[in-house]
Design a binder for this molecule. Sequence first.
Ligand SMILES: [Fe+2]
Ligand SMILES: [Fe+2]
Length: 282
Amino acid sequence: MSSPAPTLIASAAAAQPRWSLDDIDWGSLRPSAVAESETTFYLVAAASFIEATTDLYTKNLIEYFSDDAEITEWLAAHWLPEELQHGRALRRYVELAWPDFDWDGVYRRFLPEFAAQCADDGVEPTRSREMASRCIVEMGTASYYRMLSQLTDDPLLTRLTRQISDDEVNHYKHFYRYLRKYQAREGQRRSGIARALWNRLMMIDGNDTRIAMRHIYRARHPEGSFDERIFRRLRRAARVVIRPHFPHRMCVQMLLRPLDLPRPAQRIARPALEAVARRIVP
Ligand SMILES: [Fe+2]
Ligand SMILES: [Fe+2]
């Protein structure tokens, strides 16, 4: 398994995330609001798996910026502990809301397949492009958790996902600041930034989700097989639930910002980006 360098782990251990699991009122769960919602279950369980694996794809990123202490220290001391905490918090939520689901057992079957895929993950050819790509990841997660906080009637899930979404927005702001720093240093043109954004957008809703969904589905339906038809059915059902709650405006603003377009060009680009956001992120 990939992992950050030991000195960085030490500084991560000393850092305090902005909130902890002890700050959450776990007793405020309203089981009737979520117990029967298959879509909410898949959305939260898949997110808990992917967040819990953040350390698998951290090593590439830390190595890529190894001579930039400001970035590597922030990644190890703040970003990574916060992402792993998202995984732990969502796991506890899944175990409370759907106690029949064997989180640990399913995660142990999911992890080797997911880890093998992460080993193929590359980085963008320049640092500014890599930071633009990271902005898109954080845009995706910030929007996803904002959507979850708005679609559920469970007060616990609303508060938890709102808190996680705020962390993701904060991560976006850091990656955006580092994007500007390296864009100025490298003289990276807007077309290269747009390319990096596009590359990452094409990866959203891709194999990560599919692997998580397959393992979660198999745990629920041990007799059935998970094929493309099942995946499309689950995704269609999720889209129906998600669509009215997805924060498309926030998503478009976060897409536009790295492009740093002049105002008239923003007006022209906005409808196209909205269409992209609606197509790629439900
Ligand atoms: Fe996260
Ligand atoms: Fe994040």
